[in-house]
Design a binder for this molecule. Structure first.
Ligand code: ATP
Ligand code: MG
Length: 161
């Protein structure tokens, strides 16, 4: 199953841009909308990952914040980055962020809603596609999530499907 990652990103942005707008945030799409990045993927699941990561950027960035979304082809992979200038993640919590139900600052995040499963599920989906998901963050400055997906899957490796 091959799909164009750029089309998928455009569709995902369309689905979530009103949520951003309601927080006076702009989803800044840096990728070339005309480009084709063909990726072997389960489109519904990769869309779920993209929506998870963008919704985190919206949720953990104050009103008026800026969220950059980029995607490019690098060697035999596609690289997606979502960068926000929000509250960031303290260094001491960073290693736990992909754990199920883990949320920084329980009291504050309870008010924001969510279960703490978004990144754990996203990681599982990305790894099921033989890709990686990485996060860089500075508390009070912002967060950058980088997802790398191979354009074509290696055979003989058990994927999530
Ligand atoms: P869910 O995604 O299940 O609705 P959630 O957003 O709390 O809930 P995750 O997406 O797994 O859960 O994220 C885990 C925790 O990582 C969040 O609670 C938040 O503390 C932190 N986090 C994730 N993304 C960001 C971000 N862009 N900026 C700051 N903190 C973040
Ligand atoms: Mg989330």
């Amino acid at each position: 199953k091959e799909g164009n990652l750029i089309s998928l990103l455009k569709a995902a942005v369309k689905k979530i841009e009103l949520t951003a707008k309601n927080k006076d945030q702009h989803l800044n799409c840096l990728f070339n909308p005309e480009e084709r990045i063909p990726v072997d993927m389960d489109k519904d699941r990769i869309e779920q990952v993209i929506l998870n990561v963008i919704s985190n950027a919206i949720k953990y960035t104050p009103e008026g914040g800026r969220i950059d979304i980029d995607a490019l082809k690098r060697d035999k992979t596609a690289v997606i980055t979502v960068t926000d200038n929000g509250i960031g993640i303290p260094e001491s919590e960073k290693s736990r962020i992909f754990e199920r139900f883990f949320r920084v600052d329980k009291a504050r995040s309870r008010a924001m809603g969510g279960t703490g499963l978004g990144l754990a599920i996203s990681k599982q989906i990305v790894e099921g596609h033989q890709g990686t998901i990485q996060l860089e963050s500075r508390e009070g400055r912002g967060t950058k999530v980088m997802i790398t997906l191979p354009l074509s899957l290696k055979k003989g490796i058990r994927n999530i499907e």
